[in-house]
Design a protein around this ligand. Structure first.
Ligand code: UN1
Length: 510
């Protein structure tokens, strides 16, 4: 393939954006890793890659940068992230469009992803003046005890195609204000948006002036560079977003060398519609949660439990919404549902639908939509009425499939809701305070995110993002997620003239 000789509007537009953002053309026209646009299925980049040795060199450079960055006052580190936020604001239209081109998102979701990046930058700037520890009462006179938070080290980021740039920014913005350096391995499906984000960061670095070289880098390549991040002794933390299968490999390898991990893995998110639910509101929330981003969010609604008393009212309306939703090219239409990322995603979806049928499920939608691009995979979102919570319902299929089940008993539906491996996001639609509070209580939803009268997807950056069980247990973004990017030291200072031992121990040497 000779990419530069081939002309196409998607390719041309992607290259024009990269050019405007200052990415060197040879980085994406002259290499061996091919990037595709799911919108047309065509090749839009040939990226230069690094191997494990190149990854190790990047890690070592980041480790050298750490030595000065960790001593830079945190509010000054915040200034770099403030500039990154400014550059992202200026580049929002371009980067959002590139996200649409490379990940297939509709324009408002591509732009929304960049907005998430801007939001986390703002958050991190404020945080750079709020990295605090406690002062703790001591049992000894003339002593003071406190905790200090120090930078952790090199932070490795492994991100997925579906939020190709926002997840990097959640981690990088926090890691940088916390005094760490960063090495990022983006998804092999979305390397162009990574180059663009790095170019935007480099603008901020240039304006900042004296940040150490190699402070925050992107490395483009395959599995071996991910392994280099996981195995390199100088990487203190790896924040990895992807499948549970990936997490099962990454987690133990990091644990083996006592490195830290933030794992943001699969989700099999459930929603419950109770008898008192505001059905108009529930309908919209379910539609966005299940069909938005073509079902390719970790937080996508995948399982819906509807009380038998409202099933006949809600489900036909949902079916109509599914039948009428616009599926199309996000770049030249007002479609709400864009393409699946690739053929493997389409095949996975069809396989799950086949299994659902075999379990007695009745499938509405799910067919391929032909837009004249043989290598692009557009589908009608599928709503599947399942007689029971079983079979493929237990699996996360990264595609727009919503399994709908009828329930009658509240305790039983909570048990079914929690019966899957993943524990990322969940929601309940009810106006009954007892049901709402129970869902949020210790014996309610077992997920990291539990919502009332809001769908499962589209979390704000201010809360901690992540989930339990097979989702991996990590937390990113807001709340006190920053603590995972720092190490805590407990300091006890004796300003007295005596040396009392804790717990009343005597140890008087002659
Ligand atoms: C993901 O799909 O990996 O809550 C992240 C949401 C977005 C982030 C999703 N803010 O849907």
């Amino acid at each position: 393939m000779n990419i530069s000789a081939k002309s196409s509007s998607v390719l041309d537009e992607a290259h024009a954006i990269l050019d405007r953002l200052g990415v060197d053309k040879s980085a994406y026209t002259d290499g061996s890793m091919v990037s595709f646009s799911p919108i047309t299925g065509e090749k839009i980049g040939k990226l230069k890659t690094v191997n494990a040795k190149g990854a190790a060199a990047a890690i070592e450079e980041a480790h050298a940068a750490l030595q000065t960055w960790r001593l830079t006052p945190a509010p000054k580190r915040g200034e770099l992230v403030r500039l990154l936020g400014e550059e992202l604001r200026a580049a929002k239209a371009d980067l959002g469009r590139l996200v649409s081109i490379e990940a297939g998102k509709i324009p408002s979701e591509g732009l929304g992803e960049v907005q998430e990046m801007i939001d986390i930058c703002d958050y991190a700037v404020g945080l750079s003046r709020q990295l605090y520890g406690l002062t703790i009462a001591t049992e000894r006179p003339g002593h003071r005890m406190m905790e200090t938070w120090h930078p952790l080290g090199v932070v490795g980021i492994i991100s997925a195609f579906n939020f190709p740039v926002a997840v990097w920014s959640w981690n990088a913005a926090l890691a940088l204000v916390c005094g760490n350096s960063v090495v990022w391995k983006p998804s092999e499906k979305t390397p162009l948006t990574a180059l663009a984000s790095q170019a935007i960061l480099e603008r901020a670095l240039k304006r900042f002036g004296d940040a150490p070289a190699g402070l925050s880098q992107v490395i483009i390549g395959g599995r071996e560079i991910g392994e280099a991040l996981v195995d390199h002794e100088n990487v203190a933390l790896v924040s990895a977003t992807g499948s549970t299968r990936m997490g099962r490999e990454v987690g133990p390898r990091l644990a083996k060398r006592f490195a830290r991990s933030i794992l943001e893995l699969g989700g099999n998110n459930g929603g419950i519609v109770c008898p008192s639910a505001d059905l108009d509101m529930a309908l919209r929330a379910i539609a966005f949660g299940a069909m938005g981003t073509a079902g390719q969010r970790c937080t996508t609604l995948r399982r819906l439990f509807v009380h038998e008393s409202v099933y006949e009212e809600l489900v036909p309306r949902l079916k109509r919404a599914y039948a009428s939703v616009s599926v199309g090219n996000p770049l030249d239409s007002a479609a709400l549902v864009g393409p699946l990322v690739d053929k493997a995603a389409y095949d996975g979806m069809q396989k799950a639908l086949g299994e659902a049928r075999a379990h007695g499920g009745s499938v509405h939608g799910g067919d391929r939509v032909n837009l004249g691009h043989p290598d692009a995979y557009y589908v009608k979102p599928a709503l599947v009425e399942m007689p029971k919570h079983e079979g493929p319902v237990f699996e996360e299929t990264f595609a727009p499939i919503l399994y709908v089940m009828k329930y009658s008993d509240f305790d039983a539906v909570i048990a079914d809701h929690n019966a899957v491996g993943a524990g990322l996001s969940s929601s309940i639609f009810t106006l009954d305070m007892r049901e709402a509070e129970r869902f949020l209580a210790a014996d309610g939803s077992d997920c990291g995110i539990a919502n009332v009268n809001i769908g499962t997807s589209g979390a704000e950056i201010g809360g901690a993002f992540g989930g339990e069980k097979e989702t991996g247990g990590g937390r990113e973004s807001g709340s006190d997620a920053w603590r995972a990017y720092m190490r805590r030291a407990t300091n006890t200072i004796n300003y007295s003239k005596a040396l009392p031992l804790a717990q009343g121990v005597s140890f008087d040497i002659a």
